[in-house]
Design a protein around this ligand. Sequence first.
Ligand SMILES: NC(=O)c1ccc[n+]([C@@H]2O[C@H](COP(=O)([O-])OP(=O)(O)OC[C@H]3O[C@@H](n4cnc5c(N)ncnc54)[C@H](O)[C@@H]3O)[C@@H](O)[C@H]2O)c1
Length: 389
Amino acid sequence: MAIQKKLKMGMVGGGPGAFIGAIHRSAALMDGLIELTAGAFSSNPDKSKQAGEELMIDPSRVYSSYDEMIQKELLLPEGERIDIISIVTPNNVHFDPTKKALENGFHVVLDKPMTLTYDEAKELYKIIKKSDKLFCLTHTYTGYPMIKQMKQMIANGEIGTVKKVYVEYPQGWLYKLLEHENNKQAEWRTDPARNGKAGCFGDIGTHAFNLAEYVTGMQVAKICADLDIKVEGRPIDDDGAVLMRFENNASGILTASQVDTGCENNLKIRVYGDKGGLEWQQEDNNSLVVRWPNKAAETYRAGTGYLGSMANENTRTPAGHPEGYIEAFANIYRNFARCIYALRKGEEPKAEWRDFPGAEDGIRGMAFIELVLASSASDQKWTPFIVEK
Ligand SMILES: NC(=O)c1ccc[n+]([C@@H]2O[C@H](COP(=O)([O-])OP(=O)(O)OC[C@H]3O[C@@H](n4cnc5c(N)ncnc54)[C@H](O)[C@@H]3O)[C@@H](O)[C@H]2O)c1
């Protein structure tokens, strides 16, 4: 049998001092299916070079720009050149490198939100659909084993018809104008030109929205939003709430904030059906609480023998050895890589492997941003609370 070569990855972004690039690298390399071969790690060529040295990348594969990376990699023979481009730059540098990567025959992993604007998203969606290369959007939280378990239990009807969804994503790190204190991540996230027009709701509201649709398998049909800027001097939202109605008429409540002072990243989702309920939170991500109307609640744990195929397929360690955020990312990369290998062999990838976020998630996330802002700006939704006496 022919030995499969590891998939070669080039990275755009993730230079010195960057946040998510290093997480992507750890995740992509975790299972031995992918190797980091090249990169244009920064918009500053010196910083890209520095990152390449620190990561011990062959200097001839460290580039000054993603354009150069794409052009020079294409000159290399197939098998030597990169297969995947991983894009981990601020949101204003998502559309162009993704378009160019796909149009030049590279598979793409892109971090969320898909693009800077909804118009870009619509164009990119068409490009992805036309391409024969795979596209993955890293909505990280869909990679947790107990989120997979939640999805499978709902799909199997174990909690009956879903009636109510609560999803909340509270953070506290932007409780003050950190963007004025030389904090790189805060600077671009609060600048509409680099982040897009929704602040908190573009950054983490989209994650919460994606998770609600992912675990329930249901799509949101209408929304009513109330966004706000809690820290004076900030140009875009840092807090808000959205009421949602799903296609089957189930109700949802989504809240997201980056000004919940002292709060870390306690993403939570709770789903209740007419037979039972499921509750998960990132701070105890290896547990899933299962509630029943007529018996005591149960706690299902990752890595145990009684979980479904989706959780098992996305678990690496036995129960009690905690898996976490980087493994959730790694599950997305592993499933993506397994699909590429399967396609190369002309085989149909397993359903569990195809379960990584992509173009649909991307365009729905960008529509969510657009509609939430429009709803929040409209007064129509509010009913004055007038007490007549
Ligand atoms: N999925 C998640 O959980 C998650 C978490 C954090 C961030 N993100 C997303 O990841 C992306 C990056 O966020 P971050 O916090 O790591 O940002 P960051 O500011 O820490 O890092 C961005 C990097 O991109 C580089 N860069 C900028 N323009 C470039 C260009 N033209 N060419 C090459 N490199 C360029 C910067 O030099 C920097 O190294 C954002 O889209 C963000 O929304 C996702």
